[in-house]
Design a protein around this ligand. Structure first.
Ligand code: ATR
Length: 260
């Protein structure tokens, strides 16, 4: 039986096992997907299980998306650009690091019929997922990307990788078509200390639990289109699954129900 894992710390909240095990069963694949909490010192040995064929694939989440890189043999272009790995697999004798958050963000937007071609985007936050979102937006032809983070140094670090983005001070709101909350604010019902007086724009929150953060609730009240990060999450999983199992699993209402 094949074995897959998602590793992180903490990991208890992860819905990846529910999603992957659902798809494994649907596709009659004899495998199991589990979550595993690791310490940083355990990463190398854990990845070696892939070398020895004891396990068959690993998803990586916070705080290890960057830290696993040094234990891998080859990196995809998406990883080179974002310094972030969320999917590990073996190809021949090599251990490959890939990042399906990039495709996940794009496929999620496309599923929701949101186009960013020639549009301008404002990203709030500078955490682990932001380089993937920036790279994805650039790939989709977004013409202008503003980035704003409470701690400006972290935003400036991201600009080192993507020189075309423009850093704004926290609280400075430019003219934009889509604003993306990539901060952790909203996870606990809390609200960003920013005021948006706009309508007919797109408000996107990477958070999908709760389904509607204060950021989205207020935006909807003002007449904006809103979208949460559930499709990004489902599509990054869908892409990992297809790499490991050579099957593109179906995304339907039954699957979305798993996310609550
Ligand atoms: P990740 O787990 O994705 O790496 P993180 O590094 O904890 O996440 O980042 C969380 C993001 O939410 C950061 O951009 C953080 O801003 P700082 O870099 O200034 O810490 C942002 N964030 C958290 N609480 C916030 C708050 N109350 N107001 C504004 N931004 C906040």
């Amino acid at each position: 039986m094949k074995k897959f894992f998602v590793i992180g710390n903490p990991i208890s909240h992860s819905l990846s096992p529910e999603l992957h095990n659902f798809w494994l069963k649907k596709n009659n694949i004899n495998a199991v997907y589990e979550k595993k909490k690791l310490e940083e010192t355990e990463l190398k040995n854990f990845i070696d299980n892939l070398r020895n064929d004891k396990i068959h694939g690993i998803n990586v989440t916070v705080p290890f998306k960057n830290k696993v890189i040094k234990y891998l043999d080859k990196l995809s272009l998406e990883v080179e650009k974002t310094d972030s790995v969320n999917t590990i697999y073996k190809n021949g004798n090599e251990i490959i690091g890939h990042n399906t958050d990039v495709a996940g963000f794009e496929l999620g937007l496309r599923h929701s019929k949101i186009s960013v071609l020639h549009k301008s985007a404002l990203i709030l936050g500078a955490g682990g997922v932001v380089p993937s979102i920036v790279y994805s937006l650039l790939g989709m032809g977004c013409k202008k990307i503003f980035l704003s983070n409470r701690t400006i140094e972290k935003a400036e670090n991201i600009k080192k990788k993507f020189n075309e983005i423009e850093i704004l001070k926290w609280g400075e709101i430019p003219d934009f078509d889509i604003v993306i909350n990539a901060t952790s604010v909203g996870l606990k019902g809390d609200s960003l200390d920013l005021e948006f007086n706009v309508k007919d724009k797109i408000f996107y929150d990477v958070i999908y639990n709760p389904k509607e953060t204060q950021f989205l609730i207020k935006a909807k009240q003002k007449g904006n289109k809103i979208e949460n990060g559930r499709f990004m999450f489902v599509y990054q999983a869908n892409q990992s699954f297809s790499i490991w199992n050579n099957v593109i699993p179906k995304i339907d209402d039954e699957v979305l129900k798993i996310l609550g």
